[in-house]
Design a protein around this ligand. Structure first.
Ligand SMILES: [Zn+2]
Length: 524
């Protein structure tokens, strides 16, 4: 009896082991990735495997070679390639619609053998001299930077001098190896392909006049075997942890070159996304009386932040543009039985008026997902979404009547750039910072701007609705996702405002909003 038990138990263990082994093989997540992100991605494997519960099987190659692999029908779950190649994959239906996320960008640099003298390449003239003096140079014949390197030779008037001493290699890994081996003195390729290679050192980036950034994006394969795990991996790759790893490997945060990039200083446009009319009952929910507030209506602004490194849309209205555009004279709808909304014109028409369309939007974020802040999220599904995990969960929570998931259906399978820190510095210079202020919703946040002329401004989200709540120190409404957390956030934010000398703009404050300068005028 006991021996039978032992045998049966052993058989069970064996079956389990075999099953697990098989699962490991069929469950592995197949990733195709550019050489340009190799060093960073290799460091993120553990985090990726941990988050997805799958082994990552990654194949690295040049964009051209990866394109051939994909065209040849090789299956994959996740693809991380240059944005140019991703455009092709999207057109060809090779990746899941809406799953694409910009992840990083890398500039082109020059590398030498470790220990070799580093030539001056800080100006076009100096770089020209260094290139002409080099015995041999190398770059990848199929690399993303080749076209920019050759265009630079042309502009410097040295194409005929460079051609006979250029070693073209398949892929940046072979090119950099030629420099490490001493066959060529200089390698020209993405900085992210120079930094991680043993035996070579970065001299520096190309001078600004010739610099070109190659952008990388990641997406889920159309025929992904593990779409959920693929999405989870993308979340890891767009997390703040990944951002630090990418940066250490020469990959900067994505920054779609916004209109006027590098020329305009920080700008803030205030757009009219409508007005809310609450009933008396709805007003009193904020622990203020009709007499105290006087004006019961609430403004619904949307904001466009234009930064030299990109753009950020903040809060996205109460009625989707499709519905507003279809109603001459504006659209009406009820947020709930106690709050009516009216939107006179579309957000897209206001953006178009100042020359912006969805492709010009680098990032979008909402203070929170309530109906009056999220209506137009679908329109910007192609931009990078900055969000907190708690809010994302809240957005699709069963039975949540405070949100309308149809407003952001296209984001369901899209990985946001997940913010997991109290403050998130959007463009890396401290002038546009998203700050956590939970309670109204689980992932509620506010936006802090440091404008050169206007000064420091905080866009409140729904930290308060009426200015009297703040002035009269009234407790948060009873229907907050978490009243205590909301009260604590108010305290933290008030202290922050005092300490930093920041003005609070209460987004729903109708009277204050009336006085704000509206787009096409702006704050700078
Ligand atoms: Zn609101």
């Amino acid at each position: 009896m006991s021996s039978w038990k032992t045998t049966a138990a052993a058989a069970l263990v064996l079956t389990a082991l075999t099953a697990r082994h098989l699962a490991a093989q069929t469950d592995e997540l197949r990733v195709l990735a550019s050489n340009g992100v190799k060093a960073a991605l290799e460091e993120l494997v553990t985090a990726g495997e941990h988050a997805t519960g799958h082994r990552l099987a990654i194949r690295f190659n040049s964009s051209t070679a990866l394109n051939a692999i994909i065209e040849g029908g090789d299956p994959f779950d996740v693809v991380l390639v240059t944005s140019d190649l991703m455009d092709e994959l999207v057109k060809g239906g090779r990746v899941k619609e809406g799953s694409r996320v910009a992840i990083a960008q890398a500039g082109i640099g020059v590398g030498v053998r470790t220990g070799a003298p580093k030539p001056d390449i800080t100006s076009p003239e100096a770089l020209k001299r260094a290139l002409l003096q080099a015995r041999a140079v190398t770059y990848a014949q199929d690399g993303a930077s080749r076209v920019h390197v050759e265009r630079m030779f042309e502009r410097l008037g040295i194409t005929s001098a460079m051609t006979p001493k250029t070693i073209l290699e398949q892929g940046s890994i072979r090119s950099t190896a030629r420099v490490a081996a001493g066959d060529a003195e200089l390698v020209l390729t993405l900085i992210s392909e120079i930094l991680p290679i043993k035996g070579i050192e970065l001299v520096g980036p190309l001078p600004a006049a010739f610099q070109h950034y190659v952008a990388f994006s990641v997406a889920v394969g159309t025929h992904a075997r593990q779409p959920d795990a693929a999405t989870a991996l993308i979340q890891v790759l767009t997390s703040t942890l990944a951002r630090d790893t990418l940066k250490a490997k020469g990959l900067d945060p994505p920054a779609a070159v916004a209109k006027g990039a590098g020329q305009k200083p920080l700008h803030l446009y205030v757009m009219d996304c409508g007005v809310l009319t609450p009933t008396t009952e709805a007003v009193e929910r904020y622990h203020v009386t009709l007499a105290e507030v006087g004006e019961t209506r609430m403004s619904v602004p949307c904001f466009l932040v234009v930064h030299p490194r990109g753009t950020l849309l903040w809060d996205l209205g109460v009625i989707p543009d499709e519905d507003v555009g279809a109603q001459p004279g504006g659209a009406r709808s009820n947020v709930n039985p106690t709050v009516a909304a009216f939107v006179p014109r579309t957000l897209s028409s206001q953006l178009a008026q100042i020359g912006y369309g969805p492709p010009d939007i680098t990032y979008f974020a909402i203070s929170h997902a309530h109906i009056d802040h999220s209506a137009n999220m679908n329109a910007f599904a192609g931009s990078t979404w900055l969000a907190r995990a708690a809010e994302r969960e809240f957005m699709w929570a069963d039975g949540n009547t405070r949100v309308r998931p149809a407003f952001y259906s296209m984001l369901r399978n899209r990985a946001p750039l997940l913010i997991n820190t109290d403050e998130y510095d959007v463009f890396g210079d401290g002038n546009v910072v998203i700050k956590s202020a939970p309670g109204h919703t689980p992932g509620h946040q506010v936006l802090v701007l440091n404008l050169a002329g206007t000064g420091r401004v905080m866009l409140s989200g729904d930290l308060y609705h009426y200015p009297q709540e703040r002035a009269l120190h009234r407790p948060p409404p009873d229907n907050e996702a978490n009243v205590q957390q909301s009260a604590a956030s108010r305290q933290v934010i008030e202290e922050y405002l005092r300490r930093t000398g920041t003005a609070l703009w209460i987004e729903h404050d109708f009277a204050a909003n009336t006085k704000l300068r509206k787009s096409p005028a702006y704050y700078d």
